[in-house]
Design a protein around this ligand. Structure first.
Ligand code: ZN
Ligand code: ZN
Length: 501
């Protein structure tokens, strides 16, 4: 078949920039000469200051992640033990208090640890397992400059390609680590590791870009180490900024004697938390479907069900949907109200879209959710139903989004559910609250979480005050508050807390 030949010739020209295995050795050799032998570096500890952001918690989808100042930062990487510790003190500082987690009052100490596939944080002297983050914390070790070169040397699927990018000749070294993460490392003309990028699973964003930029290399002993570390999490096509951390390194100590802790027994035994659902009928046809940290409410109409909030992830949505089927059989879930776009409150929405429910959300979230629901970006790390099954929205009989910029009423002529945009919230600029006027129930997320009866009375804050103002301005008749976090509480108690009496 001689006619195939010309095609092969063209192909070989196209793939010419791909380096051979020998070239990879040469790339690694040059990098080792430039930034110091990675094989002789067993550990590194570095310190500095900078900022860290609250990923997934932007004020509106058009904003970057909210930032906190880091006053003290120390990271220790022990390559042979596959262990790392990251400790820092964060405070609100000069950064605007807009978005989830703000304002951060006072100073907060964070200590994040990982070793051999286990990750945990410390709360005082208590180790808190982080099974969900374990592999991301682990891959982070291999995303450090020297860690990347070590991992590249032992990778079996490494490829290298040299590109001209904005007039610079850069080599992208690519391989898989931990049988899961594809790492792309950018080696610059000085043979320094300038950037390491991968993807991590995220229920809202799918395969989410995670990358570290390494610049301003300086000498520390026999090794060169970057003194500006800048990280991104998120897709620049969906998030304008997606800046997640920046550290200005003031000191780096290669081959320091590390004393990273061994894995605590409770961390060793920890498994991913099971999804729990409990339902309580708060009024006729109004069910609180509670979980561990995030809850939903199901409201029964004459021929459909509306759910308020689809938090966390698909497993939670599937459990909530199953529970709703049990307590309200034979009625389709036609609507799901999304209080706001924060990742922990939106992580379960795609499951409802896959079951042809309409998402009621603030109009300012339109582009964001069109991307989240219909973006053709990959979801290889953790595929969900919407990405792997023939989705029902394709029938286009049912719109996936109902956009609200003013007060909106969902009714079947009998029951009424009012949905109101929240004005002047520092937590999220495109937020909704849900009011059941007949039942005098108000459902909110992140503004006020009714406390347990035996808990300390919470101190009034700006979010509670903004909720109180919105209730007053909208003239809502409220007897009970239901938090997407927290419990159910009386309006009298809320007024007492906000009044500060
Ligand atoms: Zn939030
Ligand atoms: Zn929340």
């Amino acid at each position: 078949m001689p006619r195939i030949l010309p095609v092969l010739v063209v192909l070989s020209v196209l793939i010419a920039p791909t380096a051979t295995a020998q070239d990879i050795d040469a790339v690694l050799q040059a990098a080792a000469e430039a930034i110091g032998d990675p094989e002789a570096l067993n550990s590194i500890e570095y310190s500095g200051t900078g900022w860290v952001s609250n990923v997934g918690q932007s004020h509106t989808p058009a904003d970057d992640w909210p930032r906190f100042e880091i006053t003290e930062y120390t990271r220790t990487l022990d390559y042979s033990a596959e262990a790392s510790s990251e400790t820092y003190t964060r405070r609100q500082g000069e950064f605007p208090a807009r978005g989830g987690g703000t304002p951060l009052l006072g100073e907060q100490q964070r200590l994040l640890l990982t070793r051999g596939g286990h990750s945990w944080t410390m709360r005082g002297s208590q180790a808190v397992p982080q099974p969900g983050n374990a592999s991301v914390r682990q891959v982070d070790i291999w995303m450090s400059p020297h860690g990347f070169l070590k991992a590249a040397a032992s990778a079996e699927d490494a490829t290298a390609v040299t590109l001209m990018l904005e007039g610079r000749q850069l080599t992208i070294l690519s391989f898989t680590v931990m049988n899961r993460y594809r790492l792309n490392g950018t080696i610059n003309e000085q043979h320094q590791v300038e950037r390491v990028q991968t993807w991590v699973a995220n229920p809202v964003f799918g395969d989410m870009i995670y990358d570290h930029r390494y610049t301003d290399y300086q000498r520390f002993g026999a090794w060169m180490f970057p003194t500006v570390l800048h990280s991104h999490q998120g897709d620049p096509r969906i998030h304008p900024g997606h800046n997640s951390m920046e550290i200005r390194v003031t000191d780096a100590r290669p081959n320091v004697q590390t004393s990273l802790p061994s894995v605590p027994s409770n961390v060793q035994m920890a498994t991913a938390p099971t999804v729990v659902v409990r339902s309580t009928e708060m009024a006729e046809g109004v069910w609180r479907i509670s979980g561990g940290s995030h809850h939903s409410v199901a409201v029964e109409f004459s021929d459909f069900v509306a759910i308020i909030e689809a938090p966390q992830h698909e497993a939670r949505s599937l459990a909530v949907i199953a529970e709703v089927r049990r307590v309200i059989p034979e009625k389709p879930i036609r609507y799901v109200v999304n209080t706001h776009h924060h990742a922990d409150h939106a992580g379960g929405l795609r499951t409802y879209v896959a079951q042809s429910a309409t998402v009621i959300t603030h109009a300012a979230n339109q582009n964001f959710y069109e991307d989240v629901f219909f973006h053709p970006g990959t979801r290889v790390m953790a595929p969900d139903i919407l990405s792997t099954r023939m989705p029902w929205f394709a029938s286009n009989r049912i719109p996936a989004l109902e956009l609200i910029s003013d007060s909106y009423t969902l009714t079947d002529g009998d029951r009424t559910m009012d949905i109101h945009p929240v004005l002047r919230s520092g937590h999220a600029g495109s937020m909704l609250i849900v009011h059941l006027p007949e039942e005098r129930i108000l459902i909110n997320a992140d503004l006020y979480s009714p406390p347990a009866p035996d808990a300390d009375t919470p101190v009034a804050n700006a979010h509670m005050r903004s909720l109180a103002q919105n209730i007053e301005q909208l003239d809502l008749d409220v007897a009970r508050h239901v938090g997407v976090h927290g419990l159910v509480g009386s309006h009298l108690e809320f007024l007492r807390i906000v009044g500060g009496e």
